[in-house]
Design a protein around this ligand. Structure first.
Ligand code: MN
Ligand code: MN
Length: 456
């Protein structure tokens, strides 16, 4: 009997060729889908190809369904052999990531340079977002109602946008500032042009030149920005890191890595006993608000519709009360450079598999939903029985800071919920790092959960 507990590096356990080939599929997704809208479009296309039907329309499938709410959140479900009455095994994840949004009246110029005003979204270190190539994504609706999907800066021959920073030679004052104030919220404005238009005596010639290009190329006028949803994200595709190519550098692992592994796990499981579902939310980074956030009742609405289709006379609420869930979100791996911020015995180690978290929160576990011993045991047993590399983890040292996930909003509905996902390095930075072994372990963990978990 092994008395002492030790975790193992997932590379020692997993089949490496499966790990690397799964990572290639993920890199394709994470490079394509950089916003919640793009992720929803990606998954909807794939779901339709696989024969999933829209819950709210008369589809052909009677077993596999999806529903999209407000363009940015989505539910995918495969019904099981038994009735929905017996509950659902869920994986929840979120599709939004920290970024720099464009304001509603953004265009201006100064000293012969045209720029856009911005308002950042989510928890960022603002100084990380300057002097890097950014791409513009989103939608803009033209005056007569035509909707344009915007994506500029991802192809090698397309222009990118860059937020400038002070040269070190003149940064004496800036270098003394608190890191929070080094770059002000109003200083995250990208440069979008520098060629004048019209007569020298005219005003706003640089702004006008940009407006002219936008009109000629896309039919956009300045008023169209008022209703637009545009955002700046780091430009370019995901890349391998390290001589051994074991790591993926990408924007937005948090939390589309859990969204992708969850959806892939659902696609790759056959008919289970219980229904299995993946629900992808928006707005997690700003408190899970709005009609697409985890606090909305989109989940109840979709489940109610499914129950109706099955001829059940029970509420969505009672189905949810019989359900269990993994709240799929990323954790923080111990950064060897900043080891003092971590508690080595209870924090996640990069590459040691999916990190299971009993409670999140701040200070004295404030804001945590806290999974019960019984639930944690059931997940421990499931992962062990299925040979999934995994580790138990909480986020950083006590009082170093903290964070939350959608877990509490799900637990509040009576769903037994536990957090589990890969642990990243540089979470919330423009480029985050994920271990390919953790990515694959997360997929295996979610697949086992969706297929076999039986707690209630
Ligand atoms: Mn997250
Ligand atoms: Mn986050």
């Amino acid at each position: 009997m092994e008395l002492e507990y030790k975790t193992k590096n997932a590379w020692e356990i997993l089949d490496r060729s499966s790990v690397f080939s799964f990572a290639e599929d993920y890199k394709h997704f994470i490079s394509e889908a950089k916003t919640e809208r793009e992720a929803v479009n990606f998954f909807r296309k794939e779901a339709q190809l696989q024969g999933f039907a829209d819950i709210f329309s008369q589809g052909t499938s009677d077993r596999m369904f999806y529903a999209v709410e407000g363009y940015k959140s989505m539910l995918l479900i495969k019904k099981g052999k038994s009735s929905l009455e017996n509950g659902i095994n869920f994986v929840f994840a979120h599709l939004d990531s920290p970024r720099v949004d464009i304001k509603q009246n953004p265009l201006y110029e100064g000293f012969d340079v045209a720029m856009l005003r911005t308002h950042y979204y989510g928890g960022i270190k603002k100084y990380q977002w300057v002097t890097i190539p950014l791409a513009l994504h989103g939608v803009i609706i033209l005056k007569e109602g035509k909707k344009l999907e915007v994506c500029v800066g991802e192809m090698p021959d397309e222009p990118v946008f860059v937020i400038s920073d002070l040269l070190p030679h003149l940064a004496r004052k800036q270098m003394e500032a608190n890191a929070k104030e080094v770059i002000a919220g109003e200083a995250l404005d990208p440069i979008v042009g520098s060629i004048p238009e019209g007569e020298e005596k005219e005003k706003d010639r640089f702004k006008k030149h940009v407006l002219n290009i936008l009109y000629e190329k896309y039919g956009i006028i300045e008023e169209d920005f008022l209703s637009a949803e545009l955002t700046l994200v780091p430009a370019g595709s995901a890349r391998d890191v390290g001589f051994d190519r074991s790591i993926i550098a990408s924007y937005g692992h948090d939390d589309r890595i859990c969204a992708y592994t969850g959806v892939r796990a659902l696609f790759d499981t056959e008919m289970n006993n219980k229904a299995a579902a993946v629900v992808l939310f928006d707005k997690e980074e700003i408190g899970s608000e709005g009609i697409t956030g985890a606090q909305s009742d989109f989940l109840e609405y979709a489940i109610e519709e499914l129950a109706k289709r099955e001829g059940l006379r029970i509420s969505a609420r009672s189905i949810l009360h019989k359900s269990s869930a993994i709240s799929g979100d990323v954790n923080a791996a111990i950064d060897p450079i900043y080891r003092d911020t971590f508690e080595e015995q209870n924090n996640a180690v990069f590459g040691r598999g999916i990190a299971v978290t009993k409670f999140t929160g701040l200070g004295g576990k404030s804001g945590a939903s806290d999974a019960s011993a019984e639930l944690v045991f059931a997940v421990r047993k499931l992962l062990n029985d299925n040979n999934v590399p995994w580790q138990m983890a909480e986020l950083g040292k006590v009082d170093a800071g903290g964070g939350g996930t959608v877990a509490k909003f799900m637990a509040k509905r009576g769903i037994e919920t536990i957090d589990a996902g890969p642990a990243l390095l540089s979470m919330h930075a423009p480029i985050e790092l994920a271990s390919k072994a953790d990515l694959y372990s997360t997929y295996l963990g979610y697949k086992a959960f969706l297929k076999n978990f039986d707690f209630k």
